[in-house]
Design a protein around this ligand. Sequence first.
Ligand code: OGA
Ligand code: MN
Length: 198
Amino acid sequence: MLALLDHMALFGWGVMPECRSESDSLRLGQECLIVDRAGGLQRAGVGKGSGLEIRDGIRRDEVRWLREEGDSQVQQAYLAWLEILRLALNERFFLGLFTFEGHFARFPEGGFYKAHLDCHAGSSDRIITTILYLNEGWQPGDGGELKLWTTAGDYAGGFVLIEPRMGTLVCFLAGDHWHEVLPTVKSRMSLTGWFLRR
Ligand code: OGA
Ligand code: MN
């Protein structure tokens, strides 16, 4: 976690491979699939509250929000780890993060999410984005890389491509870094969430 925090301090984003054990990541991926098969995923929208819309041209993922206390032991273990991360972020960067909200997300084959910031217009409650990838055996050619622009506020300059490998966590300042999910060739799963400030 220290390497992640150090990278965040320098660049505003960071990647942590093997954030969860293989068995925990596998289990979380299975839970996402179970929810999906039970019809528990819903098309994600763009915007917030009454402005929320399904926009096929912008994003194609389906999501299911987690309950705050978690629905299983692996979820609870990950939420407990995120709580340690939240406290560490507050201690180091004085962010005043007070809670986490997260959801399972699944992009179907041919899914994508066009370049965007994670802050809703007119609000700044989402401060840090965290994404944990749950794709067993992901390989180049499966698509769905995260394209993350590395300069705050800029979406013309440099970027990194992050492979959505099982157990990899990516973390960045939600309102600073433009990002995009490149088209998926295979179905792609994650557990994505945000630390919020009041
Ligand atoms: C999001 C998002 C990126 C990813 O859900 O807001 O940008 O890599 N997800 O899943
Ligand atoms: Mn996003």
